[in-house]
Design a protein around this ligand. Structure first.
Ligand code: ZN
Ligand code: ZN
Length: 179
C-alpha cells in the first residue's frame, strides 16, 4: 500500500520525514513517499472569522493533488489550524475506507498549551495522529480502548494517553483489510 504525503503549506521538511519513516515502522505493509514541492493551502477552505481551515474542504483539495501519484492514499500534513462542522478544532480528518486524510500539526505542539518546547513529544503526537488517520482510510473505525491509536482524541491529553500502536482487536481487523 503506497501512501503519498504532500506538504500542505509551511511545514518543516524534517518533521515530514520523521512522520513518514515512523508510519512505515508501525505499518510495515505500507510504503510512504513525500511528494516534492508544496501544496498551497486552498483559500476557499479558510474561514477568516475563526482563523481556521475547514478540514473537509481541505480534504477535497488533497484528494485531487496530485492526480498522478498512483498512491493508494494521500495523507496531507499541514501546520494550519483545522476545524470541522460541530467541532472547534480537529487534529485531523480522514475518509473512512477512502483515499485521503489530513493531519494538522498545529495543536500537537506543547507550546500551544504554554508548555516548554519538546520536539520528541511533538513528533510522537504527530506520528500517532498520522497512523490514526491512515487507519481510517484503510477502513478502521474508532476504538474504545483509550490506549489504542484508533481511539478518538478530542484533546491533547487523549492523544498522549494513546500509544502509536493498534490494539490487538484493531491489529486483527487491519491485517484482514490490508491483505
Ligand atoms: Zn478518528
Ligand atoms: Zn483498537
Amino acid at each position: 500500500m503506497k501512501v503519498a504525503i504532500p506538504q500542505v503549506g509551511s511545514v518543516e521538511r524534517k518533521d515530514l520525514k520523521h512522520i513518514k519513516e515512523n508510519i512505515q515502522k508501525i505499518l510495515p505493509n505500507t510504503k510512504s513517499i513525500i511528494i516534492e514541492g508544496v501544496m498551497m493551502l486552498p483559500q476557499g477552505a479558510y474561514t477568516s472569522l475563526r482563523k481556521q481551515y475547514n478540514s473537509s474542504l481541505l480534504l477535497n483539495t488533497i484528494r485531487e493533488y496530485p492526480k498522478k501519484t498512483r498512491a493508494d492514499m494521500i495523507l496531507g500534513i499541514t501546520a494550519a489550524d483545522l476545524y470541522a462542522s460541530q467541532l472547534n478544532f480537529v487534529f485531523g480528518e480522514a475518509e473512512l475506507a477512502g483515499k485521503a486524510a489530513v493531519i494538522s500539526l498545529r495543536r500537537l505542539k506543547p507550546e500551544v498549551y504554554n508548555e516548554p518546547k519538546n520536539q520528541t513529544l511533538f513528533l510522537e503526537r504527530a506520528v500517532k495522529e498520522a497512523v490514526h488517520e491512515i487507519g481510517h482510510v484503510i477502513g478502521l473505525p474508532h476504538c474504545s480502548d483509550p490506549s489504542c491509536v484508533m481511539s478518538f482524541s478530542n484533546d491533547i491529553g487523549a492523544v498522549d494517553e494513546k500509544k502509536r500502536q493498534f490494539c490487538t482487536k484493531c491489529s486483527g481487523r487491519l491485517s484482514v483489510l490490508i491483505l
